[in-house]
Write a protein that binds this ligand. Structure first.
Ligand code: ATP
Length: 200
């Protein structure tokens, strides 16, 4: 898909989402090409549920999620499963994720030849996030990508996310306001109070 900067890629209107019962909403926001949008809220407010609803893994009770025609998504769930003890390397992970970008930052490039089950939690997390960012997806959904990261690694994560791209967008979920302020061009606050929805 050819992306024009500022074009709306995803529009969420009056969304109420959940599982057996609604847990979040109503809320509305849009994601535009080229932006990094953050969804901020306290633990348990329903941030992950919003991403799951976008990824068709949670139920939509009301409202709409509209994607631009042909939009491709990459979705990284919270707390990625560690690979089992197998001789799978970072290079192989990127190949299986169909990573299109070859400009991995040096710190990551240096560990790509190593087995995934021998990386530290932080190294693994950065590589895992890069495996989504390096795809050709138009919109990358990242759920709590700071898991396992110390402040230095968190700064490297911000560098990965804000790298100049080709118009694709990132939608980030986190309870860490400071991290979102470093990484995002815009932040939407999500409230657990289902009457108050959200605000930019
Ligand atoms: N699969 C599920 N089935 C039923 N309820 C769920 C399910 N997953 C999450 N919930 C509930 O939905 C509510 C919102 O959870 P969600 O994970 O979306 O919040 P969150 O804001 O992402 O939280 P955190 O910051 O702690 O990750 C919680 O009350 C949670 O218990």
């Amino acid at each position: 898909m050819t992306l024009a900067r500022g074009e709306i890629l995803l529009r969420v209107s009056g969304l109420t989402a959940g599982y057996a019962r609604p847990v979040i909403g109503p809320l509305s926001f849009e994601v535009r090409a080229g932006e990094v949008l953050g969804l901020w809220g306290r633990n348990g407010t329903g941030k992950s549920t919003i991403l799951k609803a976008i990824g068709h893994a949670a139920r939509v009770f009301a409202g709409r999620i509209e994607a631009a025609p042909g939009l491709t998504l990459a979705y990284l769930e919270q707390q990625p499963t560690r690979f089992p003890r197998m001789p799978v390397t970072g290079h192989e992970l990127l190949r299986s994720a169909r990573a299109a970008r070859t400009d991995a930052p040096l710190a990551l490039a240096a560990i790509l030849h190593r087995r995934l089950d021998r990386l530290s939690g932080g190294q693994y997390q950065l590589l895992w996030v890069w495996s989504a960012l390096a795809t050709a997806a138009d919109l990358v959904l990242l759920d709590e990508p700071t898991n396992n990261l110390d402040p230095d690694a968190e700064a490297r994560l911000v560098d990965l996310i804000v790298r100049p791209g080709d118009g694709r967008a990132v939608l980030l979920v986190s309870h860490e306001r400071r991290f979102l302020e470093s990484a995002c061009s815009r932040i939407v606050a999500v409230s657990a109070d289902r009457e108050s929805g959200c605000s930019s």
